[in-house]
Design a protein around this ligand. Structure first.
Ligand code: BGC
Length: 538
């Protein structure tokens, strides 16, 4: 009898919660009753809101009602084994195979830039750096003083402005987006006095672009499809990004000259290499994920270089490569039913497989999908989904990152942040509910750090082969890193380093010999360095 009574009280709870929710949405009572009658699953609490899980059929318990503990065990089993050393080693092999194939024939990734030289450290002068990221556009006037004078610093920011790229801006199609950029540049430079007299020769600009691009020279590249919800490439695919930006700036009468474009991963590598010439790798993990690597040119099949001047080939022994790491992993990543659901609802599910598992754009959504199922099948949150979490991407990675930073047994800070962003109209979540989110978030973030480490390991191993090193270059390998997840997500970078150490050791290298080192303001500084390198080249 007991379970039946409990089930009935749950049904009643869900029924009243559904009515209150509907009334809150200012529907008439009649509409509410009709809705519940038409959709009996609402009162069974089976699927509080089908759109909440992206419409995909996710159920770890085959639709059975289960207890909280059983559910959490299922989640643990789904996520934890994918971070075992054995699985990561296998994955690294698989990724390396895909990376090697892309050196042969792939127009979307393992993209050789035009940067065949690392900065000498002698680059000096003032440059305007532009950084188009996943959620901000930053403009900065930067002074490069030369490696000696910089004394371990990458450069000096004289002036900077940050503009939010909200959904409205992301949806600007084609030239409208570049006009928006030019307006922001004008705003930043207006009243400019320090560093450059605008009546003089044009100010050199370097651009860090956090999207794929097919470079056609140091200052130009063909616009490719953009992820992260941006529509700027709409109608302009294959057009020259440098010309588009220059034209928008000219229309506003700005005395600037764009002389370098680099992907943000390459910018990170360049910025660190400016102060530390041994840098050969860079890793970005924020809204998106990517890595850049310095490779000998002989590993590419000739068509990968497109049409380049003879002089380029004559000088280039190595090249900085934008790997577009986000696009690897098809068919070999450890997908759970919640990852499947995420992809099922994604407008471009096959474009960036790795990114869907690891980046700030998705970690919150994976946690939300698991949580929704816990609410619906295991009675978390009293079986009622907080209204603000019914739509995809409503649980931000930032929220779970704050929650994970609370290590106290009472989780007061985690509770406060969660309830302020996602209040439950009918009840206050109990400690066990908050613990459940905390634990789910940790499974998702630890797996992400393991997968990112595996990507770096695969690249490290590929470079060792390409350079003819035995299992290791015999010196410390620096991986310059940047990006909100690596910088701010509690424990993420440490976990990533730990997994990397294990993989390096497992493949005959010395523990700690591949080290993640922070590259501060790497996109802006790298854009300036790219501008300076290009100025020296022309
Ligand atoms: C983009 C890359 C970029 C990375 C990090 C990915 O989504 O495709 O070009 O480097 O995000 O910003």
């Amino acid at each position: 009898m007991q379970p039946f009574i409990a089930a009935m009280s749950k049904v009643r709870q869900a029924f009243f919660a559904a009515i209150i929710r509907s009334l809150l949405r200012t529907k008439s009572l009649l509409q509410t009753i009709l809705k519940i009658w038409i959709s009996p699953s609402l009162i069974k609490g089976e699927n509080v809101d089908a759109s909440a899980n992206g419409g995909a059929a996710t159920s770890s318990s085959n639709g059975r009602k289960i207890g909280r503990e059983e559910f959490m065990e299922i989640v643990e089993k789904a996520f934890k084994p994918s971070s075992s050393r054995e699985r990561l080693e296998e994955l690294s092999e698989g990724l390396k195979k895909q990376l090697l194939e892309s050196l042969e024939d792939n127009q979307l990734c393992m993209l050789p830039s035009y940067n065949h030289q690392l900065p000498s450290g002698d680059e000096r002068g003032n440059f305007l750096a532009l950084d188009v990221g996943g959620s901000t556009f930053r403009v900065a006037l930067i002074e490069l003083p030369g490696r000696e004078a910089a004394a371990g610093q990458e450069g000096r920011i004289l002036k900077r402005a940050t503009f939010k790229i909200n959904n409205g801006v992301k949806q600007l199609k084609g030239v409208l987006f570049f006009d928006w950029m030019a307006e922001r540049i004008e705003e930043t430079l207006s009243g400019q006095s320090e560093g450059h007299d605008m009546s003089e020769a044009p100010l050199s600009m370097g651009l860090a672009w956090s999207f794929p691009i097919e470079q056609t020279s140091l200052r130009s590249g063909l616009l490719q499809g953009m992820g992260k919800g941006f529509l700027a490439a709409h109608g302009l695919l294959g057009q020259d990004l440098g010309d588009l930006i220059q034209a928008s700036c000219s229309r506003r009468g700005l005395n600037v000259h764009l002389n370098a474009i680099v992907n943000d991963s390459s910018a990170t590598l360049l910025s660190k290499a400016y102060s530390d010439p041994t840098t050969r790798f860079a890793l970005i993990l924020g809204t998106g994920v990517n890595a850049a690597i310095h490779l000998p040119v002989h590993v590419f099949s000739p068509p990968k270089f497109g049409v380049r001047p003879e002089e380029w080939h004559a000088c280039a022994r190595h090249v900085i490569v934008n790997t577009e790491l986000s696009m690897f992993g098809t068919g070999i990543l450890p997908s759970t039913i919640w990852d499947d659901a995420l992809r099922a609802a994604h407008p471009n599910p096959t474009f960036q497989p790795l990114e869907h598992f690891v980046s700030g754009g998705y970690l919150g959504e994976i946690v939300r999908l698991v949580l929704i199922e816990g609410i619906q099948t295991a009675g978390l949150f009293g079986g009622v989904v907080p209204p603000s979490l019914t739509q995809p991407y409503t649980l931000e990675t930032e929220t779970i990152s704050y929650m994970e930073s609370d290590h106290t047994p009472t989780l007061e800070k985690a509770t406060a942040i969660f309830t302020s962003r996602h209040p439950s109209p009918s009840s206050v979540p109990c400690l066990a509910d908050i613990q459940a989110i905390h634990t789910i978030a940790s499974y998702v973030s630890v797996r992400a750090s393991a997968l990112v480490a595996t990507g770096v390991h695969a690249l490290w191993s590929l470079r060792n082969d390409a350079e003819g090193f035995q299992s290791s270059p015999g010196e410390k390998t620096l991986v310059a890193y940047n990006g909100s997840v690596l910088e701010n997500y509690p424990g993420f970078k440490g976990n990533c380093q730990r997994f990397l150490d294990g993989l390096v050791e497992g493949s005959g290298g010395v523990k700690g010999s591949v080290e993640l080192v922070y590259a501060e303001e790497s996109s802006l500084l790298g854009a300036a360095v790219a501008g300076a390198v290009a100025a020296g080249d022309s």
